[in-house]
Design a protein around this ligand. Structure first.
Ligand SMILES: Cc1cc2nc3c(=O)[nH]c(=O)nc-3n(C[C@H](O)[C@H](O)[C@H](O)COP(=O)(O)O)c2cc1C
Length: 149
């Protein structure tokens, strides 16, 4: 079985919940993609504005959690909420910092029903990484994992 890292950004806990479900299904290390607490706002709309500005200005937030040495992994599952049809901006920083990772990357994500654009933007942000099919929500996780192996 491939050595797997589950790297997750979650603002309000839903995506982290999926990450934990995945960790019950496979043997994986966990990493939380974290930014400084004042990066976003308690208010969702304000957070949306902040993230939109970050994208517009190509100024993505710094991570405060140290990224593990990814060379030891074969597969990285990247969890994110959908923010305005894209991954959350800390995920951009993470993907940028692992550009030399030679293994495979696949995203899982949660949303409120409007996820169009997420997977395309994830692929764009992934740059030269080798991206496998993504998974939306918390159903059928086992089937998704099986397809990745
Ligand atoms: C800034 C922001 C933007 C969002 N944009 C979308 C969106 O475009 N489409 C959607 O379906 N849900 C959107 N949502 C809802 C989240 O994707 C959803 O609640 C997600 O499950 C939250 O995950 P988390 O608890 O891991 O942070 C947005 C939430 C926030 C905070």
């Amino acid at each position: 079985m491939a050595k797997v890292l589950i790297a997750t950004y979650s603002r309000s806990g839903r995506t982290q919940g999926v990450a934990e479900e995945l960790a019950q299904l496979i043997d994986a290390d966990m990493y939380k993609i974290e930014v400084a607490p004042d990066t976003f706002d308690r208010d969702m709309y304000k957070t949306d504005e902040i993230a939109t500005e970050q994208i517009k200005n190509n100024q993505y937030p710094k991570l405060v959690s140290e990224i593990p040495n990814v060379d030891q992994y074969d597969l990285i599952l990247v969890g994110s909420p959908v923010w305005r049809g894209a991954p959350a901006t800390p995920v951009h920083t993470f993907l940028e910092q692992i550009q030399n990772f030679p293994g495979k990357v696949a995203s899982f994500y949660t949303d409120a029903g409007m996820a169009d654009g997420y997977e395309d933007t994830f692929k764009e942000w992934a740059g030269k990484l080798n991206v496998l099919p993504a998974h939306e929500g918390s159903n059928d996780l086992a089937a998704w994992i099986k397809r990745l192996n």
